[in-house]
Design a protein around this ligand. Structure first.
Ligand code: HEC
Ligand code: HEC
Length: 340
């Protein structure tokens, strides 16, 4: 017997299957295949283990902070307590705003300044950082090895590899590779359901690709070019400024540039920008579309950041469009009991 709910789920899925994106709309749909490194292919055991580690506060020295504190599923994978800059160990405020980890698996560089390449490279940094989890790895690895439940789960997930820094990073990265965007109204629209978007959001999409030039940087299914730009959030003064990618390598082109973030689920993850300096999407769109916060005297401001003369009404349509990139929360059981 098919229940009413079952029936509607069935009809909804048939509807999606029967729809197909036209050639020009295909680039907006998330590829089902998530990139995975050769030496860390996804398995259910690795994902399950990584999920425990991701939510386990014992990975921090205070035993109060986990990865989820700053990248929580209830907040679109951003800070549980929305502050402009991340708050970590003993209330210490870090230098930057927490980005979302949604679709991070598809990024070729991690962090606002791109200093890590893979999720494996990235995962151990926040554990040790004194403004985040403040837990030296040479203490953490023995601590986890003393938890029998974890030793057994690592053995299942990485037979013969042991519970080491490497397998710890690999397990966390495996869980993160499951944190991907779900089907938003915009995706349904891209799949051919013309009624999935409001009229305002449709106009917003046209502005996004046209007059507002957002697509110059926010392109493709994840709405990012994977590149770095200085959008003019600060003026030309050197002092106290976050130099972004230039901190890695002193190249002129990297002065003050930050990674283009995804716009998927952005409605859930205020505040915005690397410095958390914008509280609303309206403000962000105004800054990005109308020439940056500082129009003059910005060293190395992107030539794509130009005053497009967007009106209030156009800005609000662009905000509606960004809202349509919000999918339902992914199905996830947040662990409440951890390996002992
Ligand atoms: C105290 C808050 C905090 C904690 C705890 C924390 N992070 Fe982060 N995370 C941040 C901030 C802030 C950044 C950006 C830092 C930068 O760009 O310099 C970041 C960046 C990232 C990124 C890069 C995303 C991108 O788009 O570039 C990933 C992935 C990530 N964190 C995963 C994790 C994992 C896994 C853990 C747990 C092991 C963790 N974080 C713990 C605050 C935190
Ligand atoms: C020059 C490339 C470029 C253009 C053009 C551009 N953006 Fe951005 N956008 C970025 C970068 C880079 C950031 C992050 C900047 C930072 O934090 O320093 C960003 C940040 C954002 C954010 C905040 C996301 C977050 O999680 O913090 C939103 C929303 C956004 N842009 C929307 C738009 C819209 C809408 C347009 C068109 C009006 C647009 N952008 C035009 C590059 C661009």
């Amino acid at each position: 017997m098919i229940t009413t709910l079952g029936k509607s789920v069935l009809i909804a899925s048939l509807l999606l299957v029967s729809l197909e994106a036209t050639e020009d709309m295909k680039k907006w749909l998330r590829p089902a295949e998530v990139p995975q490194p050769e030496n860390n292919k996804l398995t259910p055991e690795r994902i399950e283990l990584g999920k425990f580690l991701y939510f386990d506060v014992r990975l921090s020295s205070s035993e109060k902070i986990s990865c989820a504190t700053c990248h929580h599923p209830k907040k679109g994978w951003s800070d549980l307590i929305p502050t402009p800059k991340a708050v970590g160990h003993e209330g210490r405020v870090g230098p930057r705003n927490s980005p979302v980890i949604l679709n991070a698996a598809y990024q070729s560089r991690q962090f606002w300044d791109g200093r890590a390449r893979t999720l494996e490279d990235q995962a151990l940094g926040p554990i040790e950082a004194d403004v985040e989890m403040n837990m030296p790895l040479d203490e953490l690895i023995p601590k986890l090895n003393a938890i029998k439940g974890y030793v057994a789960l690592f053995e299942k997930a990485y037979p013969g590899e042991g519970l080491t820094q490497e397998t710890l990073a690999k397990a966390i990265a495996s869980f993160e590779r499951t944190v991907v965007s779900t089907i938003s109204p915009f995706d349904k629209y891209a799949l051919g359901d013309k009624n999935a978007l409001s009229k305002r959001a449709k106009i917003g999409f046209e502005l996004f690709k046209g007059k507002a030039h957002c697509i110059d940087c926010h392109d493709g299914f994840n709405f990012t070019d994977g590149s770095f730009h200085n959008i003019g959030l600060r003026d030309g003064e050197l002092n106290g400024k976050d130099l972004g990618r230039y901190l890695n390598k002193r190249r002129a082109a990297w002065y003050g540039v930050m990674k283009t973030p995804t716009l998927r689920d952005a409605a859930k993850s205020a505040p915005y920008f690397h410095d958390g300096s914008a509280g609303t999407l309206h403000e962000v769109v105004h800054v990005c579309g109308n020439g940056g916060r500082f129009k003059h005297n910005v060293k190395n401001k992107s030539t794509y950041i130009v005053d497009r003369g967007l009106t209030r009404s156009e800005i609000s349509k662009l905000v509606s469009f960004i809202g349509s990139l919000t999918g339902p929360d992914m199905k996830l059981k947040v662990p409440t009991k951890f390996p002992q």
